[in-house]
Ligand binder design. Sequence first.
Ligand SMILES: NC(=O)C1=CN([C@@H]2O[C@H](COP(=O)(O)OP(=O)(O)OC[C@H]3O[C@@H](n4cnc5c(N)ncnc54)[C@H](OP(=O)(O)O)[C@@H]3O)[C@@H](O)[C@H]2O)[C@H](O)CC1
Ligand SMILES: [K+]
Length: 503
Amino acid sequence: MKILSAEQLNEADKITLENEHISSTRLMERAASLVFNEIHTRLEGADIKIKIFCGIGNNGGDGLVIGRLLHKYGYNVEVFIVDYSDKRSDDFLINYDRYKKESSSWPEVIEENTDFPEISPGEFVVDAIFGIGLNRPAKGWLAKLLKHINNSGAFTLAVDMPSGLFPNKAPQKDATIIKANYTLSFQNPKLTFFLPETMNFIGELQILDIGLDRDFLKEVKAVAQLIGKREARQLYRPRKRNSHKGDYGHTLVVGGSYGKIGSIVLSAKAVLRSGAGLCSVYTPKCGYQILQTALPEAMVITDKAEKELSEIKPGLEPDVVCFGMGAGKSQTTANAFKALLEETEKPMLIDADGLNMISENMDFLNALPKNSILTPHPKELERLIGSWEDDFEKMEKVKDFSKTNDLILVLKGSHSFVFSEGNMYINNSGNPGMATAGSGDVLSGIIAGLMSQKYEPLVAAILGVYMHGLAGDICAEEMGVETLISGDLCDYLGQAFLALEKE
Ligand SMILES: NC(=O)C1=CN([C@@H]2O[C@H](COP(=O)(O)OP(=O)(O)OC[C@H]3O[C@@H](n4cnc5c(N)ncnc54)[C@H](OP(=O)(O)O)[C@@H]3O)[C@@H](O)[C@H]2O)[C@H](O)CC1
Ligand SMILES: [K+]
């Protein structure tokens, strides 16, 4: 699904009105009715106190329509006009009049602190103060009102966006923003819904298709692509019936050091569980028995050194090399890594200590095969590209870094991001249970396993990140987020592939 900016959504709005020959008031009615339906379906007429806070723009107009419909269906609803400006929009005014005509009570107007209503924890708040039109931080009594709502403990539903959050810009450090329990957003998700600094404001997210112009939405260049099941399924290639293990490639996992052999066991297991035909592991001598015992399906080749990688001479030609997990970063290993980079022509996957060694020897980047994949977590990323002011600066820096160096960068996080050629893909599977030791080693193995099956590196990165999250989601459903450990992710990959194939 495309993530669009406020400007693009306003443009879509305009084109829809022209092409459908409808008024903006009709479109508002359509959008807000969908929000009403969602509320009505869940509340089923319950006698719960509903307070709707409406701004004076079109987000506020939506709030008035929702209020009118809830009133019509007999809900216990109170509407408040948050009067932060006298530039009321036309559709706000039309719906303000309609609300007054069709409802027995008139909305209360809030103009200062003393007008704030009391809100109890058991109430239901609808936040329709600001939508995508927010263009500066909320200040003064308005910011206090947002805090008042946040502190009430009431269940808060945000219409289109939590008020105070920009759709495609970082908030100021001290900004006041509605902390929604649930966000019903129109047509397309907005970028700040997925960034680490702002994702916690939206609560649970649901996108409502309000029928904006299909052709426009198809053609417009997205700010980013959100990768869900539908998108992942389009990338997935089911196996042909008539095939053998040679068709699915050979992955070489290189890494491990004394005390860190578990990392490559996890990666190698994930390589095989994601469908690679063959997996070899190149590791210091101390890893031999562990690997042969823990993963008999893998072949093991050992370095001449006992405890660390000293020269990487596997004597075979794999389809893809997955390097770095548990490798350590001694000078000996760094030299071996540099030589490996220089000898390898096919795109590689580099993780963990491989990334750290690059950060300490940035000239290694010149030897990295084009289209290789780097999979840093935020700390490893910082070592690679330096620090950033906010999520937006980080994204710009990563885009530049991946473009300048002709590589694909997977930034791991609650929503992992994939960057390639200036484009951004945001993963929408996964859960907090996956923040556990070795989770990244499994991800590297999945992506490398897909690469060896001749998925293009970018496709392998996007699909791999999605499958990793999906395995985690299925696993967490069954065992809970606390209990999940990385080995489980490998074990649940099978269910994840089955779930992907299912409609
Ligand atoms: N896009 C669509 O397809 C549809 C959108 N709908 C809804 O419309 C809103 C967007 O409405 P809009 O009127 O553009 O903007 P807002 O309601 O979010 O904001 C209103 C005005 O508030 C002013 N503003 C911005 N920031 C502040 C601030 N910090 N303090 C005070 N005032 C502020 C700003 O005007 P200025 O001229 O003062 O700058 C805004 O214009 C969208 O989110 C949907 O809910 C439709 O109903 C369906 C179609
Ligand atoms: K809102």
